[in-house]
Design a protein around this ligand. Structure first.
Ligand code: PAF
Length: 288
């Protein structure tokens, strides 16, 4: 595995691969790799002849400077975790590679970026869309892999790739969970012991809400009960607890008539946790 920090060096390698007909799979990350990221690497290895993992903590997607400061930076560990996967390149561009002096472009995706994390974190998805566009172009990706844990991000990336005619297939991969049900996230490292023990209640309550909706409870009613349950369990502020349709993320308040999910962002121990859970019997209905 070669570590590359320079985009010109990466471009040259990518051109050589494409010239010989090899397809490139890319897994964009901000590091602090866990089993969720590694499942994306497995998926990329299964699909492409060449695999690049990118590691860049993107300042443009943090609307809170404290959050950016606290974000774990563990490049050496990340490289060790990737070693057994036999990938070709770990691409670690510095900010001067991504946002050189004079950088003035912003990619903004309307519709699917609005609501949920887009409403709670203004500017976040512009930052994600801008950096992902750059990473896809720099790596010449034929396939790019994103986790469904960040389901809204996945829809934003699918939309921008379709709108900007970027020739890459975006592949969503299932959320990987700890044994106790907590969705894997780099942010989990920041939970204290007590909060870590409490955190799986989030997924349990979300699943209860999803089951209630599948059993006929209107979405708005189930979401009110979910908020109360999280507050009673000791969680902090709930940024949102909503049911949204798969694909276009339209808000559902009654009974969903196509595939839909429960989405929550909630604070615990100063850490913002997000998760989403499919609604039972609607899983089989077409999303897009
Ligand atoms: O999901 C992430 O880790 C980031 O949002 C991404 C896609 C790497 C862009 O910075």
């Amino acid at each position: 595995m070669k570590i590359i920090r320079d985009k010109a060096e990466l471009r040259k390698l990518v051109r050589d691969w494409h010239r010989t007909g090899e397809r490139i799979g890319v897994v964009p990350t901000m590091g602090a790799l866990h089993a969720g990221h590694l499942s994306l690497v497995d998926a990329a290895n299964g699909r492409a002849e060449r695999v690049i993992v990118t590691l860049f903590v993107n300042p443009k997607q943090f609307n809170n400077p404290e959050d950016l400061d606290k974000y774990p930076r563990t490049e050496e560990d990340d490289a060790k975790k990737l070693a057994p996967y036999g990938i070709d390149v770990l691409y670690v561009p510095g900010p001067e590679q991504m946002y050189p002096d004079g950088f003035s472009t912003n990619i903004s995706v309307a519709g699917v970026s609005e609501g949920l994390c887009g409403a709670a974190r203004p500017g976040h998805f512009d930052g994600v869309a801008t950096v992902v566009t750059k990473l896809l172009l720099q790596t010449g990706a034929d396939f790019a892999f994103f986790g469904e844990k960040d389901y809204q991000q996945l829809q934003v990336v699918k939309r921008l790739v379709a709108d900007l005619d970027i020739d890459v297939e975006i592949i969503g991969c299932p959320t990987v969970r700890e044994k106790d049900g907590l969705a894997m996230s780099s942010r989990n490292l920041r939970l204290g012991d007590g909060a870590r023990a409490e955190a799986p209640v989030l997924q349990e309550e979300m699943q209860r809400a999803a089951d209630a909706i599948a059993g006929g409870t209107p979405a708005a009613e189930a979401m009110a009960a979910l908020r109360s349950a999280l507050e009673a369990a000791g969680f902090g502020e709930v940024d949102y607890a909503e049911v949204r349709r798969d694909g276009d993320l339209a808000l559902v308040e009654g009974q969903p008539d196509s595939a839909a999910r429960v989405f929550v962002a909630v604070w615990l121990d100063g850490v913002r946790l997000i998760d989403n859970v499919e609604i039972g019997d609607l899983r089989s209905l077409a999303a897009e």
